[in-house]
Ligand binder design. Structure first.
Ligand code: CU
Length: 164
């Protein structure tokens, strides 16, 4: 091998090594210092023998009362379930400044739960409860959509969050 090729190879190794170290530093900083983490699972709903998962979800609080609930001056809870190919509730209304804890699960297959223009971005696994909190500081019509391929009509699966 000639010297020039060896020099470039070493240079590329050093550059890729620096990228790796850089990414690890960013990852450590955002997770430890800024608290950025993947939305964790907060619970699992188990169906009894002979019971469908959907039936188990609908009898398990908070999924026995879907939709928005006011729990403090600016605090809300929004309870959802996903089923191919829709979210329920289809539309919710919130005031500007609302701090909302989204609580959601799926009653069939894996779905996504992404609210465009926010950092609400969860994966909904069948029977697993996912939570994410977000404060809506701007009025608008926010599109909630499924971003995990879930079958034939996946691309039509959506709902609305209206903030005014
Ligand atoms: Cu989908």
């Amino acid at each position: 091998m000639n010297h020039e090729a060896e020099r470039y190879e070493r240079l590329f190794l050093i550059i890729s090594g620096l990228f790796l170290v850089g990414f690890l530093i960013v990852l450590a900083y955002t997770s430890i210092h800024m608290g950025v983490m993947l939305p964790g699972k907060v619970g699992v709903i188990e169906a009894k023998a002979g019971e469908s998962l959907a039936a188990a979800v609908f009898r398990t609080p908070p999924f026995d009362h879907l939709g928005v609930k006011k729990i403090g001056p600016d605090d809300y809870e929004a309870v959802y379930f996903a089923q191919a190919w829709a979210f329920f509730p289809r539309e919710i209304d919130l005031p500007v400044g609302a701090r909302v804890k989204f609580i959601a699960t799926s009653v069939d297959v894996t779905h996504g739960f992404f609210i465009a223009g926010t950092r609400v971005n969860m994966m909904l696994l069948p029977g697993q409860i996912s939570e994410e909190t977000y404060t809506f500081r701007k009025a608008g019509k926010y599109l909630l959509l499924c971003h995990e391929y879930c079958g034939l009509l996946h691309q039509t699966m959506h709902a609305w969050v209206i903030v005014k």
